[in-house]
Structures are given as C-alpha cells and as structure tokens.
Design a protein around this ligand. Structure first.
Ligand SMILES: Cc1cc2nc3c(=O)[nH]c(=O)nc-3n(C[C@H](O)[C@H](O)[C@H](O)COP(=O)(O)OP(=O)(O)OC[C@H]3O[C@@H](n4cnc5c(N)ncnc54)[C@H](O)[C@@H]3O)c2cc1C
Length: 373
C-alpha cells in the first residue's frame, strides 16, 4: 500500500465537510493533492453563529479567486459561508465530497493513513485530516490521552432574524456586547440573505450567553458528564422554558435586541449550543493531523475559531507542499504542528478567563446571592 507522496500530487482524506474541512480541501487541492472529504451529515446548512470572514480568504487558501464565486468578507452568517465554500468545492475536480459517511476510526502505518467508515469501508490516503469538530473521532487517534473537549459551564442561545420583520428602530452600527445581571449578549448585523448590506434588508444575529440552564443541558443529554454532546433544538425546549426565556429577555435586554430575541423565541428558531473548550496537547501524529475545532476549541467569546481554522488549512497545505519535496509526510505534519500549536493554545487560553468567571454566574450560590433567578 505504498503511496508515492513525493512523485504525484498525493492524496488526502479529510473527515468532516464543515468550514474547516472545506477550507482544508481547497488548500490541499491548491497544492495538487487529490482530496476525499467524508461527511456524516447530508451536507445541509445549519443555523447559528455568525463568523468574521477575513479579506482575501479564498486567495490565501486557493492562491486565486474562485471563478464566478465569491465569499464576501466581514461578519457573515455561518450558513452563507458554508454554502459559498461548498459551491466552490463542487467546481474543483480534485475534491470529492461524500456525504452520509460517518467515520468510526482512523489508523495508519508507515506508508499510508486511512479512515474506516461505520459501513466498514476503508478510505486511504497519504494523510488523514481530522476536521470533524469539537467531538472529533480523529482526535482520539492523535491525542488519546486528551480526546474530549470539556463543557465550559454555560450555553449560548443563537438566533438570526430578517431586519424587515422587526419594527423600525435606531439601529446601532456595530457589534454590540451587552452585560446585564448574570448574562452577556453579543449582537451583530449580517448581510441579508441576498447579500445586501442596505439598512432594512440586513439580518440581525445574536448570541445570548446563559450559565443558568445547566440542569436542562444535563437532563436533555446535551451535556453528559463534562462533555458536550449536542445542541438544544426546538424539540428539547418545553413551553415553560420558552416562557421563562421570553420573560427574561423582556426584563433584561433593551430594544432592538429584545425584539429580535422575542421574535426568534416566538417562532421557535432559537438554538442553544453548550460551550465546550479544548486545549490541544498536539496537532499531529504520524500521517494524521487535526484542523479547526477538532484541533482547538476556544470559547466563542474569543470570536476567532473560524479565523484560526482558516490559518490551520493554509499552514497545513504550506507544510505538506514543503514536505513533498522530501517525500516526508510525518515531518511535514510535525512542521504544521510547530506552525500552529502555540497560537492555538494561546487562543484557547484567551477564552478561559471569560469562561471561568461567566460559568460561576450559573452556580446556585451566585444565583441565590444575586436573587435574579
Ligand atoms: C455557538 C458558537 C459560536 C461561534 N462563534 C464564532 C465567532 O463568533 N467567530 C468565530 O470565528 N468562530 C466562532 N465559532 C467557531 C466556528 O464556528 C468554528 O471554529 C469553525 O466553524 C470551524 O468549525 P469546524 O469546521 O472545525 O467544525 P464543525 O463546524 O463542528 O464541523 C465538523 C464537521 O464534521 C462532521 N463530522 C463530525 N464527526 C464526523 C464523523 N465521525 N464522520 C464524518 N463527519 C463527521 C460534522 O457533521 C461537521 O460537518 C463559534 C462556534 C460556536 C459553536
């Protein structure tokens, strides 16, 4: 099973077709690798967070702009970034995305690395890249001594609403960060679904940090022990929880954020994401490496997880391109790790202070003392 990595462009198996996986696939294709991306879901968009897209991101990853496609810079909705990257990937003949393929484990020998799907198929390449998010399966191979991201003690309620569905208001121009009682709110403008930045046609997104619902997270199985398992969706929330959230939003947040939050709660379009954190001890092992949230999970309060994922993709391709001259995949991935590990650790560490103090807000002692809940 010998793969002449140095002679051809080489092959990569990327686990996960979300933002990190797609960006890595584009960067690896750019250096001439043939890439198979395995994604457990059907690849549909999911709602949620907004992300800051750096100017010139595609050019950095692909060495050029995408023909006929754009990825606007500035704050963008997660779903818009995902569908733009997905559309670009689909035009790339060196990348094949296979959906509904859940990877059960990965392994390697001297000559190759491979992912084994739950259906038992073995998909082999010169490298395997774990882009499979905060609960990464690939991480178990790279860092068996520290495989899990840990629950940080709070969740974020996320929602996005069309500006035109809300009453006219004096809209603040920039990102707003509000702290009230034991809560924190990030609220931001996003372009409209048609990309419009014009007032009245934009969307308003929010992330409401809440450390008071850990019982709900545990009872619903969204958090098990110290590990984040999944996001809370409409089916997980009772009428009583919606009522309590609406009462709290009414009491705490000023307009226009209050109206936006109430609008999303009334339509049951809010999701509750438990926050996890992962401090990486390493990013590679032999022919297998990690990128994005598989590699490092900072608190979303840092606002830098996406940007770090883009740098991972770029550094990985740079290291592999240099390593190809010597045909040394392991050395190339060690170089990738040396390029990214310190920054990744610093990023995760930068979210700790917020997480530690915010999570304490939800402790029974704090709530009793404040008397707010
Ligand atoms: C609530 C929240 C708010 C955030 N806010 C910001 C922000 O403001 N700014 C910012 O820069 N970043 C933010 N981030 C982080 C940012 O979204 C991520 O860092 C970035 O999107 C990279 O994610 P990812 O692609 O590595 O992982 P994910 O998006 O988790 O993708 C992992 C992919 O792998 C797939 N997968 C998982 N396991 C398997 C398997 N076994 N087999 C096959 N496929 C698998 C999943 O289905 C998924 O498609 C936020 C994150 C969260 C959760």
């Amino acid at each position: 099973m010998n793969h002449p990595f140095h002679a051809s462009g080489g092959t990569a198996v990327v686990v996960g077709a979300s933002l990190s996986g797609l960006m890595s696939a584009l960067a690896l294709s750019h250096i001439g690798m043939n890439v198979t991306v395995l994604e457990r879901s059907n690849g549909k968009d999911r709602g949620g967070a907004a992300l800051p897209v750096a100017e010139g991101l595609l050019r950095r990853l692909m060495g050029r702009d995408a023909v006929g496609r754009t990825l606007p810079s500035g704050p963008q909705a997660w779903a818009d970034v995902h569908s733009a990257l997905r559309a670009i990937v689909e035009t790339d003949s060196r990348i094949r995305v296979r959906t509904l393929e859940r990877v059960a484990r990965v392994d390697q020998d001297e000559d190759a690395a491979w992912a084994v799907t739950e259906g038992g198929e073995v998909v082999t390449g010169d490298v395997v890249v774990g882009a499979d998010g905060h609960a990464s399966v690939v991480r178990r191979h790279v860092a068996p001594d520290r495989p899990e991201a840990m629950f940080a003690g709070y969740l974020i309620w996320l929602g996005i609403v069309d500006e035109r569905e809300l009453a006219a208001a004096p809209w603040p121009a920039q990102l707003a960060i509000l702290e009230e009682r034991d809560y924190c709110l990030n609220a931001y403008y996003l372009p409209g679904a048609d990309g419009s930045q014009a007032a009245g046609r934009r969307r308003l997104g929010f992330g409401w940090y809440d450390a008071g619902r850990n019982d709900l997270l545990r009872a619903s199985g969204a958090v098990v022990g110290d590990v984040v398992r999944r996001t809370l969706r409409a089916d997980d929330l009772t009428e009583a929880t919606y009522r309590a959230l609406m009462d709290e939003a009414e009491a705490i947040w000023p307009d226009p954020w209050r109206e936006a939050i109430l609008h999303c709660l009334a339509r049951r379009t809010v999701i509750g994401t438990p926050v996890g954190e992962y401090m990486p001890p390493r990013l590679s092992h032999g022919r297998v490496c990690l990128v994005g949230d598989a590699a490092h999970v900072p608190s979303p309060m840092t606002g830098k997880g996406f940007d770090a994922s883009a740098w991972d993709a770029q550094a990985l391709a740079g290291a592999l391109e240099a390593g190809r001259v010597r045909g040394d995949v392991g050395g190339a991935l060690r170089r990738y790790e040396s390029m990214r590990l310190d920054d990744a650790r610093e990023l995760v560490s930068s979210g700790y202070a917020f997480s530690r103090s915010f999570a304490r807000c939800g402790s029974p002692a704090r709530r009793d003392a404040s008397g707010h809940r």
